[in-house]
Design a protein around this ligand. Structure first.
Ligand code: RP5
Length: 164
């Protein structure tokens, strides 16, 4: 089994239904990944310890998903210079807008690349992680191009919704 290139962190086990979309998409792209539940608020020390060793272990991108106050991606970005992609999780009060604004409104100097709320964001986080890794990995670049070609063909195949 290849060493993971992407770390996928979620603030709670309850986020997994959304986060698994990112892991499945990374699997489809042939990018080794590891998923962890670690919380900025509930397990801050364990989160910091995990993130601080990530780059030396070969991780190239971190995807961090959280709901509500959603400090997780910012807390990760505070501890690593690796690219951090944030996925806001839907919540009952504001449908994920709260988490999205928490991720988008990072102070200058510590960026988080924030994706859409929920599963669309989880999928795009994985594809964007692939784009970043593809800059220096020819195999991933080839698989990413094939992935996008397949996606384009799937849309064209569905152009006439009355067929099939
Ligand atoms: C956030 O609080 C988590 O990312 C989750 O989206 C939300 C609620 O967590 P649980 O109460 O379901 O554990 O930190």
């Amino acid at each position: 089994m290849a060493e993971p290139l992407v770390a996928v962190i979620m603030g709670s086990r309850s986020d997994w239904d959304v986060v698994k979309t990112a892991c499945e998409t990374l699997d489809d792209l042939g990018i080794a990944n590891e998923a962890r539940v670690l919380s900025a608020h509930r397990t801050p020390d364990q989160l910091a310890a995990y993130v601080e060793t990530a780059e030396d272990r070969g991780i190239r991108v971190v995807i961090a998903a959280a709901g509500m106050a959603a400090a997780l991606p910012g807390a990760v970005a505070a501890k690593t210079a690796l690219p951090v992609l944030g996925v806001p999780i839907e919540g009952k009060l504001l449908g994920g807008l709260d988490a999205m604004l928490a991720m988008v409104q990072m102070p200058p100097g510590i960026p988080v690349g924030t994706l859409a709320v929920g599963k669309p964001g989880a999928r795009n986080a994985a594809i964007l992680a692939a784009s970043i890794i593809a800059l220096q990995d020819d195999d991933v670049r080839e698989r990413l191009h094939a992935f996008r070609r397949d996606q384009t063909q799937a849309v064209l195949d569905a152009t006439d919704p009355t067929v099939g």
